[in-house]
Design a protein around this ligand. Structure first.
Ligand SMILES: Cc1ncc(COP(=O)(O)O)c(C=O)c1O
Length: 417
C-alpha cells in the first residue's frame, strides 16, 4: 500500500505565503487542474477591466496622441520593468517587441556579425525547435558553422560541455537557461564565463525561466537574452517577446532588421537608416502596445510577490510533484525525465510513459491539462503564483486513473489481435 506524503495538499496550501495569489487568476469550473502554465499562463482577473480602461482611455480618448504621450517609450519602459523585476538587469538594456523567434534571429545575427573572424554558433540538440531552426536558417544565410552539443535529455547542457565546444572560431553560444523538455537549469554565470574566456558572446533563451527562476543577467555578464511573456508572465496568447542587450554591447553590434522604429530619429523621415544608439535599435516596426498591456499587470504582481518567494513555492510544488509521481505513477511504468535535485530543476517536471499521447487526450477531455511532448513526455508545468497544491494533487491523481484506463483499453486491443 502506498504511503501518504508527510503533509496534505490542504496543509501545504494553508501554509503557503503566496496563498492570496491563485484567486487573482481567472478560473473556470471546467478546469479541474491546470498544469500547463509553462506554455500559456492563465489570465489575471484584473485583465479584462484594465484592457477596457486602455481601450477607452489611452486608445479611445487619446487616440494617435498616445504615441507622443506614452507609447513610444512603452517598449523600453515595460522592458525596464521586466528587467528589474525578473532579469536582474539595470534599466536601458531590455525591450519588449516581436516574437521570441524574431528576437532570436536579431540577437543571433547581431552576435554572429560582431566579429568577422568568428563564424561558429554553438547550440544543443535538445533546445526548443524554433531556436534550432532559426540558427539553421542563419547558417544557411551566412555560411556559419554549427557546433552541436548533445546533452543528457533528462538533464541539460553542462559548463564542461560548453568549455569543450568553444574556441577561437566561436561567435556565439545559444542555450536555454531552463530546458523546455527536462526543466534542467543551466549554470548561468559559469557558462557565461566559459564563453567569455573563449572570446565569444553568450545568448540566453529565458522562455522557461522568466517569472519562475530568479535571474541575474548583469551579474552573470550575459551579452544577449530573449524570452517570451505568455508563460510565467501571463501576457496572453502571442504576447510580445523581450530582448536584453547588455550595455557593453550596445553600439558594438547591429541587428539585421533595419526598421524605422529602431532608427535614431523615427519621425525624422530620413533618407537612409541610422541606428538608435541605445537598446531601441533592436526594435524594428511599430511595437505591439496593445499586446503588452496584460504583461504590465502581471509584472506588478510578480514584483509584489518577489522572485525569491516565487522560486521557493516553485521548488515546493515540483518537489511534491516528484514525490507523488514516485509514489503513484512510477509503479505504473512512468519514468521521471527531469532532474531530481531541486536546485537544478525549473518549474516543470517531465515524465515519460509510452501511452502518454492517449493519456493526455483523455485528461484534456476531463479538464486536467498538462501537455504532451513527443515521443513520450508529459509535462507538468507548475506556475507558482496561480497553482495550488490541491490542484497539483488532483492532476496527479487524474493522470494515475487515466494511465490505468488507457492501459486497460490497450490490453483489450492487444488481446483481440
Ligand atoms: C525555449 C523556447 N524558445 C522559444 C519558444 C517560442 O518562440 P515564439 O515565442 O517565437 O513562438 C518557446 C515556446 O515554448 C520555447 O520554449
Amino acid at each position: 500500500m502506498s504511503t501518504a506524503p508527510a503533509k496534505t495538499a490542504a496543509e501545504l496550501d494553508a501554509a503557503d505565503p503566496l496563498a492570496a495569489y491563485p484567486s487573482k487568476f481567472v478560473k473556470h469550473d471546467g478546469v479541474a487542474s491546470y498544469l500547463d502554465g509553462n506554455s500559456l499562463g492563465r489570465p489575471l482577473t484584473s485583465t479584462p477591466e484594465r484592457l477596457r480602461a486602455f481601450v477607452e482611455g489611452a486608445w479611445g480618448e487619446r487616440l494617435i496622441r498616445s504615441w507622443d504621450e506614452s507609447w513610444m517609450d512603452e517598449p523600453t519602459r515595460v522592458g525596464d520593468q521586466l528587467g528589474r523585476v525578473c532579469l536582474g538587469a539595470a534599466a536601458g538594456q531590455t525591450i519588449v517587441a516581436d516574437s521570441t523567434s524574431v528576437m532570436l534571429y536579431k540577437a543571433l545575427r547581431a552576435a554572429l556579425d560582431a566579429d568577422v573572424e568568428r563564424n561558429e554558433i554553438v547550440l544543443d540538440r535538445d533546445n526548443f525547435p524554433t531556436d534550432r531552426f532559426i540558427v539553421e536558417g542563419i547558417a544557411a544565410e551566412r555560411g556559419a558553422k554549427l557546433v552541436w552539443l548533445e546533452p543528457d535529455s533528462s538533464l541539460g547542457v553542462s559548463e564542461d560541455q560548453v568549455r569543450g565546444a568553444v574556441g577561437a572560431g566561436t561567435a556565439v553560444v545559444l542555450l536555454s537557461h531552463v530546458a523546455y523538455r527536462s526543466g534542467f537549469i543551466a549554470d548561468g554565470p559559469g557558462i557565461t564565463a566559459a564563453v567569455h574566456e573563449a572570446g565569444a558572446l553568450m545568448l540566453w533563451d529565458l522562455c522557461h525561466s522568466v517569472g519562475s527562476v530568479p535571474l541575474a543577467l548583469d551579474e552573470w555578464g550575459a551579452d544577449l537574452a530573449v524570452g517570451c511573456t505568455y508563460k510565467y508572465l501571463n501576457g496572453g496568447p502571442g504576447s510580445p517577446a523581450f530582448g536584453y542587450v547588455s550595455r557593453a554591447l550596445q553600439g558594438r553590434v547591429r541587428q539585421p532588421i533595419w526598421g524605422w522604429m529602431g532608427a535614431a530619429d523615427p519621425f525624422g523621415m530620413t533618407a537612409s537608416y541610422a541606428p538608435a544608439e541605445s537598446v531601441r535599435q533592436f526594435i524594428s516596426g511599430t511595437p505591439p502596445i496593445l499586446g503588452m498591456q496584460p504583461l504590465k499587470h502581471m509584472l506588478e504582481l510578480v514584483e509584489a510577490a518577489g522572485m525569491d518567494a516565487i522560486r521557493a513555492k516553485s521548488e515546493l510544488l515540483t518537489a511534491r510533484a516528484v514525490e507523488l509521481i514516485e509514489r503513484d505513477l512510477v509503479p505504473l511504468g512512468v519514468e521521471v525525465a527531469s532532474p531530481l535535485d531541486p536546485a537544478v530543476r525549473g518549474s516543470h517536471v517531465t515524465i515519460n510513459h509510452p501511452r502518454f499521447r492517449e493519456v493526455t487526450a483523455l485528461l484534456w477531455e476531463r479538464g486536467v491539462i498538462p501537455d504532451f511532448r513527443p515521443p513520450h513526455g508529459l509535462r507538468i508545468g507548475l506556475s507558482p503564483l496561480s497553482t495550488t497544491f490541491a490542484e497539483l494533487d488532483a492532476g496527479i491523481e487524474a493522470i494515475r486513473v487515466a494511465i490505468g484506463e488507457v492501459g486497460e483499453v490497450g490490453d483489450t486491443i492487444s488481446a483481440q489481435l
